[in-house]
Structure formats: structure tokens, C-alpha cells
Design a protein around this ligand. Sequence first.
Ligand code: FPP
Length: 243
Amino acid sequence: MTKTNTPAHVAIIMDGNGRWAQSRGLPRIRGHQKGVERVEEVIQAAPDFGIRYLTLYAFSKENWQRPREEVSFLMDLLARYLDQKLDEMKRNNVIFNTIGHTADLPGPVREKILRNVQETRTNTGLVVTFAFSYSARAEITDACRKIAGRVKAGTLREEDITEQTVADSLYTAGLPDPDLLIRTSGEMRISNFLLWQISYAELYVTDKLWPDFTREEFSRALESYQQRERRFGRTDAAPHAAS
Ligand code: FPP
């Protein structure tokens, strides 16, 4: 992979853990365990590929409806991950960030998230944003409430509301829009992820299940992106995002 025209921001829908495990006759949770290894791998690879922002869909609002044991396993896995990876993130200059209704998460997980955010905030490298208890529709609804509140308070005039006002009211305020959205395990859908932000993102769907999404697969997705011509609705080709 060449380092020209690399996407600055890559978002990933990490799907297929359950199928990976089931196809091996294992319980679904083993797929999630394996999935964490791939999370690690993409975080390590991203800076080598010239990526500045990586946003990972780790747990949706809808995922709370999964069997209680699976949810509780995922929460334990997350808690362990946050403990085990803090030093590495600090060492690797990673900024740890989250989006979503993290208030829904168990107290100890919330505390670990806060700690990891605080302890990596002065880093200057890759920004890794985990979506936890995330729903794009909830995010847009929250943004509407925020904007309505400002109008009601008299600090914002209705006629001054712009697309930038909306973008600045989303959980992702301050992050550039994703240039590339990757989805593993072949499903051709967005699943309520970053609906506003991916308006002009390039899409890459692979049949590989998330536990099989290695560094090589990641590189393949980026190569596909590099061959695209981004037009942003215009007829002339726009330059790719700067690497
Ligand atoms: C989708 O697979 C994956 C999830 C719902 C969770 C994603 C979680 C991880 C990759 C590991 C946890 C991450 C951290 C940071 C602790 P699925 O269960 O929907 O698979 P299926 O579609 O095959 O059933």
C-alpha cells in the first residue's frame, strides 16, 4: 500500500463475531474475544497506514437487547480491555475517545472510560473513538434538543442554524467526517452508525468476518479506497483527503 491518498478518518462496523464462533462450534462470546485481538491489530496498524482517526462501532443501543449473558460478557470484556490497554495507548501516543450514551454502561466501565480519556488526552497521535451504546438517530435527536435549547435560551437565532451548527452539536463535534466506512461480514447496511457524518464516505464491505479482519485485510480496504475517485456530488474529481 502506498501512503498517498490515504483516508484521514476510517470508521468500522465490526460485524460477524457471532458467526465466526458459531461456524467453529464455539459459543458466540469466543467470537467477541477474538474480535478484541483484531481491534488491537487495527489500532496498531492505523498510524502505519497514515490514518489519523479511527472510529469503531463496539456496541449499539440496540445491542442491549441481546441475551443478558452475552451483554454482561461484553461489558466484562470491555472493562478488561480498558484496564489492559491503557499503558499501551499511552505508550503509542493514542488518544482514547468515545461517542454514544456511555451513561447506560455499568458504573465501573464508565469510570474506566473516564480514566482512559483523561490519561490519554495530552497524546498527539491516532484518535481512536469507540462507539458504545451508540445510535445515530439518538445522536441526531440529542443534537436537535441541544440546538432547540440554545434557541429557547436566546443564544442562537433560528436563522443562524447551519449544517455546521448541526455537526458541532453531534457527539463527533471536532472530528472530521469519515472518508472511508468499512463493514465486515458482508451485510450491505449502515445499522444506525454515523448517519450524518458518512454522507460522502466511501463504503467498503468485505465478506471477511470481524475476527478474520487482519492487518492485510485492512490494507486491502485502504487500497480499494485509494483507487476511488471522490466527487462529493460534483462532476469533477475532488482530491482525496490529505494523508
Ligand atoms: C458484532 O458481531 C460485534 C459486536 C456486537 C460487538 C463488537 C465487539 C467487539 C469487536 C469486541 C469488543 C470490543 C472491545 C473494545 C472490548 P455479532 O455478534 O453481531 O456477529 P454476528 O452478526 O455474526 O452475530
